[in-house]
Write a protein that binds this ligand. Structure first.
Ligand SMILES: NC(=O)c1ccc[n+]([C@@H]2O[C@H](COP(=O)([O-])OP(=O)(O)OC[C@H]3O[C@@H](n4cnc5c(N)ncnc54)[C@H](OP(=O)(O)O)[C@@H]3O)[C@@H](O)[C@H]2O)c1
Length: 262
């Protein structure tokens, strides 16, 4: 039987699960976020395109103690996102956190004569975030609570040569996150722009360039969850990136970047 706790006139069902919605949950950071929340006994909405991968992640989440619901959708399809989110909101439990994490990274293809690569990166990394967050906002305002995490990047602090779409998209979502954070504060909703350095994942798996301070995925997600739970506005990590790399990216002269081709 559910235990009912009365707190200042509000009733809180202590057996009610907390819910977390994670896009990009089929691999990398999203997958490990799901495992971390499963260990906490959360009800997890798993979102990505590859259903088979989501099912594997879901099975492991269940083994770890979580409850799951799979949404095999493309975050570029706004109507599908809205339908999935309305469904997830309607399921039992209290909405706790939303991770707009799905993202892609590929070179701009400057010599291709086509905007296709850049447009894809810009669309997934920006519209994928708005398609994920906007449908939740009326519900979060109603409950006057909720934590939104937008996964930006250390790359957002400078327009990168050959990855301008990626760095530009991450700057855009960091900025959007800041606006949301200011506007939603009075409703008890926090918005955290998460800016990781290099984290082990499918995305970084193929990188041939050096990746300083590369972090294990399970370590990274613990840090991310802590920052989101503390309702930080911007979270840049690891600390070496925050205190050395980001200032360098902001203030170092252009000729230095031309020299290293970055
Ligand atoms: N790893 C790093 O070093 C690093 C650093 C800074 C920021 N980030 C950011 O962290 C986030 C997660 O990336 P990751 O490193 O964990 O890479 P990853 O392993 O490649 O994961 C990317 C996730 O996004 C999903 N995704 C891509 N396009 C999608 C679409 N159109 N619709 C739905 N889902 C889509 C992928 O699933 P499907 O292919 O199954 O759809 C996958 O689950 C990204 O936003 C990335 O930019 C990563």
């Amino acid at each position: 039987m559910n235990a009912l706790v009365l707190l200042n006139g509000f009733s809180l069902n202590s057996d009610m699960k907390k819910k977390v919605f994670i896009t990009g949950a089929s691999s990398g950071i999203g997958e490990y976020l799901a495992y971390a929340y499963a260990k906490r006994g959360y009800f997890i909405g798993l979102v990505a395109r590859r259903r088979d991968r989501l099912e594997k992640v879901g099975t492991h989440c269940s083994e770890l103690g979580g409850q799951i619901k799979i949404y095999a959708i493309d975050v570029l399809k706004g109507d599908d996102c809205k339908t999935a989110i309305d469904n997830f909101i309607s399921l039992p439990g209290d909405m706790d956190s939303i991770y707009a994490n799905a993202g892609v990274g590929s070179p701009d293809g400057l010599s291709s004569g086509s905007a296709e690569n850049m447009n894809h990166v810009l669309s997934v990394n920006i519209l994928g975030v708005t398609n994920t967050v906007m449908p939740f906002i009326p519900h979060l305002k109603e409950i006057q609570d909720g934590k939104i995490a937008v996964i930006s990047s250390v790359a957002s602090f400078r327009g990168l040569a050959h990855h301008a779409a990626y760095s530009g998209s991450k700057a855009a979502v960091r900025n959007i996150s800041q606006g949301w954070s200011t506007a939603l504060y009075k409703h008890g909703i926090s918005v955290t722009a998460v800016c990781p350095g290099f984290i082990k994942s499918e995305m970084t798996g193929d990188n041939e360039f050096p990746m300083p301070f590369l972090m294990e995925t399970h370590v990274a997600v613990q840090k991310i969850i802590r920052a989101v739970d503390r309702r930080k506005k911007v979270f840049i990590f690891p600390w070496q990136m925050k205190y050395f790399m980001v200032p360098l990216m902001k203030w170092a002269p252009d000729w230095m970047f031309r020299k290293v081709g970055m």
